[in-house]
Design a protein around this ligand. Structure first.
Ligand code: ADP
Length: 193
């Protein structure tokens, strides 16, 4: 085990990665690094990065890899990531996964574990539509949700094979109460620590 602990939470949109990552932060004293949250922060503050990301996010498409990777690189260079991080929503493409490997190499580190929160597609869509009502997130409408699901299956799901080949993937049934998923996730991370 390297000094730094990098955990990649994988799962389709709506699987609960963000919720679980937030809960894990406290348990392991690692920051949650969510590319979706970072983009939304930039959007809200109308930064150049936010303006660039907006057109992709509104459609449910991926923001270009080079933009996303350099944002993550900057974030991981911040002091609170000295011990590692819980990555949520990144990597989302093969190019991002390779870029992450190179980044971690430079830090003499590597990915510790890739918990995969599995939830059936119909349940995911229902959850996202409900979130749309509750939170009013701009990209939680039916058409964008469909695009995000397609992008997930085409670009992100293949990463499970990439990390499985490295023996890093541990699957969790995400269709259970938040605290049950949380407890299992905590055990998985502890066993890899
Ligand atoms: P979801 O609930 O769909 O997983 P996120 O909050 O993680 O949503 O991301 C929202 C949007 O932000 C994505 O649809 C995409 O446009 C952009 N985004 C987030 N992470 C990435 C990434 N790693 N690469 C490219 N675009 C991203």
């Amino acid at each position: 085990m390297s000094e730094k602990t990098f955990i990649i939470l994988m799962g389709a949109p709506g699987a609960g990665k963000g919720t679980q990552a937030k809960l894990l932060q406290a348990d392991f004293n690692l920051p949650q690094v969510s590319t979706g949250d970072l983009f939304r922060f930039n959007l809200k503050n109308e930064t150049e990065l936010g303006k660039l990301a907006k057109s992709y996010m509104d459609k449910g498409e991926l923001v270009p890899d080079d933009v996303t990777v350099s944002m993550v690189e900057q974030r991981l260079a911040e002091g609170d990531c000295a011990g590692g991080a819980i990555l949520d929503g990144f990597p989302r493409s093969a190019a991002q996964a390779e870029a992450l490997d190179n980044l971690l190499d430079k830090m003499n580190s590597r990915v510790a574990v890739v918990p995969f929160v599995r939830v059936e597609q119909e349940i995911l869509v229902a959850r996202l539509l409900k979130r749309a009502e509750l939170e009013g997130r701009a990209d939680d409408n039916e058409e964008t949700i469909r695009t995000r699901m397609r992008v997930y299956h085409e670009s992100t799901a293949p990463l499970l094979d990439y990390y499985s080949a490295k023996g890093l993937v541990v699957e969790i049934d995400g269709d259970r109460p938040v605290e049950v998923v949380q407890a299992e996730l905590k055990q998985i991370v502890e066993s890899k620590n």
